[in-house]
Design a protein around this ligand. Structure first.
Ligand code: AMP
Length: 565
């Protein structure tokens, strides 16, 4: 690692470096390397050209967190983002990196004004917000930007796509002259560069140069899986693959350690490599891996550099790499020397947008596949047991057990004795109920998701009322809600994928039993749907209740609230 590649070389304080270490980042991403020194050293406005997922938040966040005054009572930094989901993500990331008592809070549409007013009154140092709601607060006089030092426009091109750019323009007119303007965008459409020209002074353009990328020799697939289910998805893949000799990539040291521990607990032969592993230990681990005493090497991108291992069967992107270049580096470790390898990428909700951008940039054919089912895993385990048994029988080297076998067979049938022995050896391996359910989510090519909502016609809902409820509960605009399908007991709607988590969270807020979820497979849900209690399948009229009365709008809403409780 050269000095230029470390966080220490960027001019950050020791306290901030501590926070970065605790977070587990090893080296700065390219956009961080470019942005942090500029933001710490001078007063330029900046345009950062970087994709989502490249570490942009820490790139602008670390210098702001370091230079902001804790609990000043006035908003010092405003970060404008296109979606609520992103507002929450950015807020979480900043909170996880802050050291002192800086307050960071998300202000976005669809959430309660009262709660936001309370937080604003108390004083927020860094506000992360969506343009519409921020503008509302400015119009109402409930947000004061007079002491603003930094204004960040994050994903400016997305804000343009979503029709927010006029709001952004107006928000800018509320900010003081001497604030710094930081604009991040993956692309630079005309409207954005015009905006930059209108409001920016002494602009420094920071751009991560893309290099030529090829990914030829590798079969590339991806799985859509929730973050919390990634571990079980990984173990299923290991279990069903006839041969698994792989590097599993994580983004942070903390994630590497955690994954290795979980794999070891489950009996897999895994080792971890990251920046805190000593040179001697690293060599030992690599020797072991090369001799195949372990078959899973979990590593950060930095630690995997320079590892010279051939014939990997798989490379697993347990979390997405920071950019398409790292993706190509990672997967280039399989498929070497003419061998066809498989690169598997796990994608959770929050990684989806970055994945789409990366896939476009790499121009590779990355196919979607389904996680192996429990049934597949068990069938394969049975096969393994049988072939191992055959091999052992062929060796004829089990004389020491012969006497014991006779004793057992004297008092039990061979079926009972064998079944009991298998149970002792393989415990619950063949029991489907011992495998946790893996929930996937479905995103189609258009980037939309299907949402299941547990209210239907019999609760007095019509398509119009479902749309109204969604708007009221989550702030989703009409135009984003499509293909509403109402059944007796439940409904489906299609909404933009990136809104899906936010919408389900809003609908389920404060409920013991979730009422909405991202649908896995509409057909299977419809098949498994509960029948009417009277056993008939018959339709109920659209806006009538069970007794045949017309249900007023309010009653339908009450029914929704009742179910949600
Ligand atoms: P962002 O582009 O800011 O949304 O970041 C995407 C993800 O990368 C987040 O989960 C960050 O915590 C993570 N990340 C940011 N910088 C680094 C880094 N230098 N090393 C490893 N992970 C990082």
């Amino acid at each position: 690692m050269t000095a230029l590649e470390t966080f220490e070389s960027l001019g950050l304080s020791e306290t901030t470096l501590e926070a970065i270490r605790a977070k587990g980042f090893e080296i700065p991403s390219p956009i961080q390397r470019l942005t942090i020194p500029v933001l710490l050293a001078n007063q330029n406005d900046i345009i950062g050209q970087a994709q989502t997922g490249t570490g942009k938040t820490a790139a602008f966040g670390l210098p702001i967190l370091e230079q902001a005054l804790p609990a000043s009572g006035k908003v010092q930094a405003l970060i404008l983002v296109p979606t609520r989901e992103l507002a929450l993500q950015v807020t979480d990331e900043l909170l996880s990196l802050r050291t002192g008592k800086i307050t960071v809070s998300a202000i976005y549409g669809g959430a309660s004004y009262d709660e936001q007013l309370r937080r604003l009154k108390k004083g927020i140092d860094i506000v992360v917000g969506t343009p519409g709601r921020i503008l509302d607060h400015l119009h109402r006089g409930t947000l004061d930007l007079s002491a603003l030092k930094w204004l960040v426009l994050d994903e400016a091109d997305e804000m343009l796509n979503m029709g927010f750019i006029d709001d952004v323009d107006e928000i800018l007119s509320y900010t003081p002259e001497e604030r710094r303007l930081l604009l991040f965008s993956a692309t630079m459409p005309r409207r954005i560069s015009d905006l930059a020209q209108k409001y920016m002074r002494d602009v420094q353009v920071l751009k991560v140069e893309a290099t030529h990328l090829t990914t030829d020799l590798t079969d590339q697939i991806y799985f859509e899986v929730r973050e919390s289910d990634k571990f079980d998805a990984l173990t299923r893949i290991i279990d069903v693959e006839p041969e698994f000799y792989a590097i599993v990539f994580c983004r942070t040291k903390v994630a590497v350690d955690e994954l290795v521990n979980r794999l070891l607990e489950r009996g897999y032969l895994a080792d971890g490599l990251h920046g805190d592993v000593s040179q001697a230990q690293r060599e030992k681990i690599l020797r072991k891996f090369k001799r195949r005493f372990s078959n899973i090497l979990v590593a950060t991108d930095v630690a995997a550099r320079g590892i010279d291992v051939n014939n990997l069967t798989h490379v697993i992107n347990y979390s997405l790499p920071q950019d398409s270049e790292s993706y190509v580096h990672r997967i280039g470790r399989t498929g070497r020397a003419g061998n066809q390898g498989t690169a598997i990428t796990f994608i959770s909700h929050s990684e989806y947008r970055q994945f789409l951008a990366m896939r476009k940039e790499v121009k590779a054919d990355i196919r979607k596949e389904e996680i192996p089912t429990v049934h597949d895993v068990i069938a394969l385990k049975k096969q393994h047991i049988l072939s191992e048994l055959e091999e052992t029988i062929e060796t004829q080297m089990f004389d020491e057990y012969a006497g014991m076998a006779e004793t057992i067979l004297a008092s039990h049938t061979p079926e009972t004795a064998l079944a009991a022995l298998l149970k002792m050896s393989f415990k619950n391996d063949l029991d489907a109920s011992s495998y946790p359910e893996i929930r996937t989510f479905s995103v189609d090519r258009k980037g939309t998701a299907r949402i299941f909502i547990a209210v239907g016609r019999r609760d007095g809902f019509t398509p119009r009322r479902i749309v109204e409820m969604l708007q009221r509960e989550s702030g989703l605009p009409d135009a984003h809600i499509n293909d509403v399908k109402i059944m007796d007991e439940f409904s489906f709607v299609t909404i933009p994928f990136e809104e899906a988590e936010h919408v389900t969270r809003c609908l389920n807020k404060g409920s013991k039993h979730p009422i909405a979820e991202i649908a896995r497979n509409e057909k299977s849900v419809r098949r498994a749907a509960p029948r009417r209690k009277d056993g008939r399948k018959g339709k109920t009229s659209r806006s009538k209740d069970r007794a045949g009365r017309r249900v007023p709008r309010k009653a339908a809403d009450t029914e929704f609230r009742r179910k949600r409780r």
